[in-house]
Write a protein that binds this ligand. Structure first.
Ligand SMILES: Cc1cc2nc3c(=O)[nH]c(=O)nc-3n(C[C@H](O)[C@H](O)[C@H](O)COP(=O)(O)OP(=O)(O)OC[C@H]3O[C@@H](n4cnc5c(N)ncnc54)[C@H](O)[C@@H]3O)c2cc1C
Length: 246
């Protein structure tokens, strides 16, 4: 990646105006996914100076700034288990020190572990212009116009877990799933190879019925049948783990 021009605004409205007024403006979170691209980016807006890098505990849950790194999430004991377990297994510490939760969501990467965990937690995204957007809606449709993700609100849950299969530790997921429990259970499945979708169930009694609610497809990394077989095992293990939840 080569950058022709970069700015580092300290005012969110200024950053937004630059985004919508400059042709080919690109927002940068941690920048590590952007830098994998072999292209020249004409104009980058670095979001690191906007004060979006803290995690706040609220009466109803957590507000996670878009520039919070995966490592900050991993090391914060207040964050729900499912989200911490998810980020803990992503690449190495050096990557997790740089990759931001905002970049992880906004990329809408179909393999994303972070998206799967946040969909099961019924998180809400807060954008500068558009305001609040449920994460499942964003995962399905993206945004219809450029915007800056400010933070992610994660409601309190009683329990949550995350499970994944990767051929090798540093690889991308062949399938991933997350379960959270408040009154009901929300189960999300991602990397199918499409991005995460979720269902809500009253109890975790029938993993076969749950499995049937999700679609699996073939890509160059794995067949639909293989992904479905992996998901079956992950779901059965997850149901077993969740048996002790109050
Ligand atoms: C070696 C490596 C291995 C990885 N392995 C995994 C893995 O196993 N599982 C997994 O889930 N992820 C994995 N990732 C992805 C990683 O977790 C992050 O999702 C990714 O690096 C993007 O985060 P970033 O902060 O670098 O975003 P950037 O590269 O800065 O940005 C990514 C995209 O999001 C946009 N963007 C960034 N912040 C905002 C914002 N606040 N508002 C609006 N748009 C924004 C950018 O314009 C860009 O389009 C891996 C990444 C690398 C480099």
């Amino acid at each position: 990646m080569k950058i022709k021009e970069i700015i580092n605004p300290s005012d969110i409205q200024d950053a937004y105006e630059q985004l919508v007024s400059r042709k080919n403006a690109t927002l940068m979170g941690g920048g590590i996914f952007l830098r994998l691209q072999r292209r020249t980016i004409p104009f980058v807006i670095d979001l690191s100076n906007l004060g979006l890098n803290s995690i706040e505990i609220t009466s109803t849950g957590f507000t996670i700034g878009a520039m919070v790194t995966l490592r900050q999430i991993e090391t914060n004991a207040s964050i729900p288990d499912g989200l911490r377990a998810c980020v803990r297994q992503i690449a190495g510490v050096a990557v997790r020190n740089m990759a931001t939760v905002g970049g992880s969501v906004m990329g809408r990467y179909p393999f994303s572990d972070v998206l799967t965990a946040l969909v099961s937690l019924n998180a809400t995204l807060h954008f500068h212009k558009k305001g609040a957007v449920p994460i499942a809606q964003f995962a399905d449709n993206g945004l219809d116009e450029p915007d800056i993700l400010l933070n992610i609100c994660v409601p309190k849950v009683k329990n949550s877990l995350f499970a994944v299969y990767k051929p090798v530790y540093t690889d991308f997921s062949l399938v991933n799933l997350s379960i959270s429990k408040e009154e009901k259970y929300t189960i999300s499945m991602g990397a199918t190879p499409k991005h995460a979708t979720s269902i809500t169930v009253e109890s975790l009694s029938d993993s076969h019925a749950v499995l049937d609610q999700f679609d699996f497809e073939t890509d160059r990394r794995a067949s639909a049948e293989y992904r479905r077989a992996l998901a079956k095992v992950l779901l059965e293990d997850a149901f077993e783990e969740a048996k002790v939840w109050k």
